[in-house]
Write a protein that binds this ligand. Structure first.
Ligand code: P6P
Length: 341
């Protein structure tokens, strides 16, 4: 056996190894991650045949197998709920697809964890075969027992005990953190297993890519406009001008920023004072991941994880990525002048 061959670690084995790091761990938390992994494999199977299903489903609401052709995001939402509602480890869930919190059915036991998720972010892109993703965030319950509450689902981001995402693309990857670094697993379709491919991921301290929808330029605050112009000015020592990369699918844009460095932005603008992205199940989980990878996530004024939530579906402006890039961006938002002459 060639000793240089990298060890084959499935996500199940990694979860068990992580559990052993937490003395006194009861295995309930590992059960949450294991059940989630099953849901992601089921969603991957459906998204990977989405185009085919749409063709097969062209005969109307049913495909030739008689399956109901559901909107993929509804399918993903239902898949996660059904995979998680009976494990006995959760007291409540909340989803981007549902206005109210999602209770555990009375026939099942409740547990000590809370799951928030965006089941299939960017699903409007799937017809164009653009990568889409699932984002999740896990907390300990603060209510005493029984059914979980809205307060369980609107805790500050700094109280997350785990966060992660799946990007369904040219390859399907699951990236997560439990507060001990960031780990990436690539799905091997031939065996249906997520295998460890990125151990202890770290984002570069500075990048050369910025990611934002420039179509909104005229609506941004002056500091953001000046920052974008700064990135477009030539300065070889500072690797400027930066390249612009924007897919319009949050998980895909985030994943590239995490791997390559740089900055992702969805600023507020005069039409949307709080921007477009959601705090509880988009910004908070991605902020935990990027911080665990050595990066920074802010809303333009404060750390994302320090925001005190007011409501389950509230929005927030989002700037995240390499620490050096965020630092310079913040200087411009705070009024730094840059001589554009
Ligand atoms: P815009 C997709 O609809 C989404 O919610 C995120 O995945 C993505 O980052 C954002 O919206 C794109 O929004 O306004 O640039 O099209």
């Amino acid at each position: 056996m060639n000793s240089s061959q990298s060890k084959v670690v499935t996500i199940e084995r990694h979860i068990n190894e992580q559990e052993r790091l937490h003395t006194g761990a009861t295995g309930d938390f590992s059960g949450v991650l294991r059940d989630l992994t099953l849901a992601f494999k089921i969603i991957w199977r459906q998204t990977s045949k989405a185009g085919l299903v749409n063709i097969l489903g062209a005969t109307g609401k049913e495909n030739i197998h008689g399956d109901q052709v559901k909107k993929l995001d509804v399918f993903a939402d239902e898949t996660i709920y059904k995979a998680m509602d009976h494990g006995g480890n959760l007291c409540v869930m909340a989803s981007e697809e549902n206005e109210d919190v999602l209770h555990i059915p009375d026939r099942y036991p409740t547990g000590k964890y809370v799951l928030l998720y965006d089941p299939l972010d960017g699903s409007s892109n799937i017809d164009a075969n653009v990568s889409i993703g699932t984002i999740f965030s896990i907390y300990r319950r603060i209510s005493k027992s029984g059914k979980g509450t809205i307060e369980d689902c609107t805790q500050g981001g700094f109280k997350q005990i785990a966060a992660g995402y799946v990007v369904y693309g040219s390859s399907t990857m699951l990236v997560y953190t439990t507060g001990n670094g960031v780990y990436g697993f690539t799905l091997d379709p031939s065996i249906g297993e997520f295998l460890l491919s990125h151990e202890d991921l770290k984002i570069p301290a500075k990048g050369k890519i910025y990611s934002v929808n420039e179509g909104n330029y005229k609506y941004w605050q002056p500091g953001v406009k000046k920052y974008i112009k700064f990135l477009q000015e030539e300065n070889k020592e500072e690797s400027r001008p930066y390249s612009l990369r924007y897919i319009g699918s949050l998980v895909a844009d985030f994943h590239r920023t995490l791997l390559y460095g740089g900055i992702f932005m969805y600023p507020s603008d005069i039409r949307n004072k709080k921007g477009k992205l959601r705090l509880m199940y988009e910004a908070n989980p991605l902020a935990m991941i990027v911080e665990q990878a050595g990066g920074v996530a802010m809303d333009g004024e404060q750390r994302i994880l320090d925001i005190k939530p007011d409501s389950l579906h509230q929005k927030t402006p989002l700037f995240l990525g390499s620490s050096e890039d965020i630092k310079i961006c913040k200087e411009f938002i705070d009024g730094r002048e840059f001589d554009l002459s």
